[in-house]
Design a protein around this ligand. Structure first.
Ligand SMILES: C[S@@+](CC[C@H](N)C(=O)[O-])C[C@H]1O[C@@H](n2cnc3c(N)ncnc32)[C@H](O)[C@@H]1O
Length: 391
């Protein structure tokens, strides 16, 4: 008997990698935020291996295999210890259901995300022009969500792919591409592993997501996969709600989810640009002799900053927008049930006028390009943002 009869099969989560300390102790590290570490006793190390089969393994089967590998003097006691070990690994997300979600964002949010957080049309036009995206361009959208930006670009080139951790979002992007009759490649994988991708792209984008990723790993991956004269775009966004907005308590400047930086938007963008420009300067340096093959493939023209563009978009921010924004992990921080939070949001929105539900999004497009003249971020004097329509 197991403590978890309801869970028929489990698999080792692909979000974790097995490591060994110099003294031989085994542990797994989460390769995606919040980058947890979970130390394994011998029993757990074997369980991680036994469950590491594609499609998962029935819990009872793994238990029997473990008992056969490590015969115990008290099989019943050992069975209980195995049970507790599995429960602990499940609670830590080290073992998951075979089709279990890998991201904090999942299937339940996909429809709301596509409808209520559409990627701005004005920014799609800007990216197409600045990136020179045409019918032959190979484009990769990192951490694409359910594919709003990638699908818009797929209208212009049949060579667009997404790389996204969420199984639910990847499925939604594929379904939406099919519905619209568009070609879309989909890689269900952590973008922190971009460097392992054997591919080349003319344009790589990442929108509203770099903060969830290991940006050093992403930049290494961009160095490896960005083609000659290729562009890398980082799209950064910030919400701006008036204090009087019905959802300001949860999406405004000071909320239980965290306080927003009290600096003008452009001064949030400048340090981000500086960090990425310095990272590319350090990582993509073909004049430095190295022996790693990834670096040797990077090409001879380094990636450098090409410029920053600012936009502002007035838009409704109501119940659907909040649903598309608040994952279960966000809600967990609030210490309330998802139902209670959503009910409260619905009530607040139901008594508000359309005008009261209006807010604004500030958008910045940070452009890096192979062979760019190295944009001077320190001397940058931010222009007035260009107003763009919703969506
Ligand atoms: C706020 S959404 C942004 C979605 C989309 N890019 C957009 O602008 O609407 C963040 C996305 O990052 C994805 N994500 C988080 N960590 C990831 C990782 N390590 N690798 C790939 N995708 C990741 C989430 O699953 C989610 O879809």
């Amino acid at each position: 008997m197991t403590l978890m009869p309801a869970v028929a099969r489990l698999t080792a989560s692909p979000n974790f990698s097995l490591c060994q300390a110099a003294n031989g102790s085994a542990y797994v590290v989460g390769e995606v935020e919040p980058y947890p570490q979970y130390w394994l006793c011998e029993r757990e190390r074997l369980l991680f291996a036994l469950f590491g089969r594609k499609g998962g393994v029935p819990v009872e089967e793994a238990m029997k295999a473990l008992l056969a590998l490590r015969p115990a003097a008290d099989p019943l006691g050992e069975q209980k210890r195995i049970d507790r070990a599995i429960a602990g690994m499940v609670a830590a997300g080290v073992l998951i259901a075979p089709a279990g979600e890998l991201s904090r964002y999942g299937k339940a949010m996909a429809r709301d995300y596509l409808v209520h957080r559409p990627f701005p049309t004005g920014l799609v036009g800007h990216l197409r022009r600045a990136g020179g995206i045409g019918g032959q361009s190979r484009v990769l959208d990192l951490a694409s969500g359910p594919g709003s930006l990638a699908l818009a670009l797929a209208e212009h080139t049949p060579h667009v792919s997404v790389m996204e951790l969420s199984r639910g979002f990847v499925a939604a992007a594929r379904a939406e591409a099919k519905r619209r009759g568009l070609a879309l490649g989909a890689i269900n994988e952590s973008c922190n592993r971009l460097v392992q991708l054997d591919a080349s792209f003319d344009v790589i984008t990442v929108s509203q997501a770099l903060h969830w990723l290991d940006d050093v790993a992403v930049c290494k991956g961009v160095c490896r996969t960005l083609a000659a004269a290729g562009s890398f775009f980082v799209i950064h966004a910030a919400m701006d709600l008036p204090e009087s907005h019905p959802l300001a308590h949860i999406l405004g400047n000071r909320t239980p989810l965290g306080d927003k930086l009290a600096v003008p938007f452009a001064e949030q963008v400048r340090p981000l640009f500086r960090r990425l420009a310095l990272l590319f300067g350090a990582l993509d340096a073909p004049d430095v002799e190295r022996h790693d093959p990834a670096h040797a493939r990077a090409g001879s023209t380094p990636i450098a900053g090409a410029g920053i563009s600012l936009f502002r978009q007035e838009r409704p921010m109501g119940e659907g927008f909040a649903r598309a924004f608040l994952s279960d992990r966000h809600i967990a921080v609030l210490g309330q049930t998802a139902d209670a939070v959503q009910r409260d949001i619905a009530e607040r929105c139901s008594v508000a006028t359309p005008d009261q539900l209006m807010g604004a999004m500030d958008w910045a497009v940070l452009h890096f390009r192979r062979g760019a003249a190295d944009f001077d971020w320190a001397a940058w004097s931010p222009p007035e943002p260009e107003a763009i329509a919703y969506p």
